[in-house]
Ligand binder design. Structure first.
Ligand code: 2U9
Length: 344
């Protein structure tokens, strides 16, 4: 039995030596030291031994069990350390390697332009107001001195939803709603950015949905010079302190008198180039003194209150400022296009 035990010991230690994985090690543990293991099996024959031999064999068996156990533990430690080493080698982080660039999003160019204009007018004490894109015929047209059948209505080909509901063609109804709500009781200083809709076939300069920002300033004794001063400041803040403005007579049903504002061309400094079509001037917005009919319909006493209003297309301003030649680029969500302006 002694030789048997020593053979088992030699075989077990040999096995432990060769083993490569912790799993196999477990199997060895069970095979040799387990309840049904080889050592235990041999010791079951202990009964047949002469009594004086049993303690010797017993001690030998315990020594061999201890030897195999410590060999297994040593191997387990070695394998765990090797596995950790391997893992660390795999997981080694070369901190000198550049990090994975996280695709950072950014504001859409129109959002940046609108925020820039909002910040300017908030600085002048204006409120930013929003309103419904599905508007009533009254607030989109009637309240703005565009009665049913008024020819100017056709200038703004509209998406009607019902006889009385349409997708707003400008943000002016928000001003009309605001004035109406105040019912002539107090001054108004507001700008209103937002999406507007015109039943237009899309091309490089027209989109059926585009963006507008309009402004309204109603108070006692508001004059044309207040409008001009405000527009001059706007032009210099948005397009550069050395920009000049020019006001040309125009016509809008909701303002009288009406003007269009040009700024001196930044590309040719007014000498004339293809950007300003050789005029030296670039049209930016329309404006005017609020038509008395519009003030009256909103409940304002036109003997006391006067006001000015203006309207512009941020799309057009962005195209001018960044040399963009197709308005549809703003609405195609092409990341290659929009990511160029994330820094704006
Ligand atoms: C009220 C009274 C007056 C808003 C105005 C314009 C002139 C104007 C155009 C700019 C570019 C439309 O998108 S665009 O083509 N708008 O030129 N808008 S005055 O006048 C108002 C608005 C509301 C109650």
């Amino acid at each position: 039995m002694k030789a048997e035990l020593q053979a088992i010991e030699a075989e077990a230690l040999e096995k432990v030596e060769q083993i490569e994985s912790l799993k196999e090690l477990q199997d060895v543990q069970v095979t040799y030291l387990g309840k049904k293991g080889s050592i235990t099996t041999v010791l079951r024959g202990m009964g047949k031994l002469p009594a004086e031999e049993r303690p010797v064999i017993g001690q030998l068996a315990n020594d061999i069990r201890a030897t195999i156990t410590s060999a297994i533990e040593a191997k387990e430690t070695a394998l765990s350390e090797a596995a950790l080493e391997e893992q660390l080698k795999e997981e080694v982080i070369d901190v000198t390697l550049p990090g994975r660039s996280v695709q950072k999003g950014g504001p859409h160019l129109l959002t940046s332009i609108i925020q820039e204009i909002e910040d300017l007018f908030i600085g002048l004490g204006y409120e930013v107001r929003e309103g419904p894109e599905v508007e009533t015929d009254y607030y989109n047209f009637e309240a703005l001195n565009l009665p049913k059948g008024h020819p100017a209505r056709d200038m703004q080909d509209s998406f009607y939803i019902t006889d009385d509901l349409l997708l707003r063609t400008h943000t002016s109804p928000v001003q009309a709603r605001t004035m109406g709500a105040l019912n002539g009781a107090q001054p108004v200083r507001m700008i209103c950015p937002g999406k507007v809709y015109r039943r237009d076939s899309d091309d490089a300069t027209h989109s059926h949905q585009f963006t507008q920002i309009e402004g309204l300033y109603v108070d006692k004794n508001v004059r044309m010079s207040d409008l001009k001063g405000t527009l001059d400041l706007f032009a210099k803040k948005l397009f550069g302190e050395d920009r000049e403005i020019r006001l040309r007579p125009s016509y809008f049903p909701f303002t009288e008198p009406s003007v269009e504002m040009d700024i001196s061309c930044a590309v040719c400094e007014g000498k004339g180039c293809n950007v300003c079509k050789r005029t030296g001037w670039i049209e930016i917005l329309g404006a005017g003194m609020v038509h008395p009919k519009v003030l009256a319909m909103a409940g304002y006493d036109t003997d006391i209150y006067t006001g000015f209003a203006f309207g512009m297309g941020p799309d057009r301003i962005a195209m001018l400022k960044y040399g963009i030649d197709d308005i549809r680029q703003f609405y195609t969500n092409d990341h290659r296009f929009s990511k160029q302006f994330h820094h704006v």
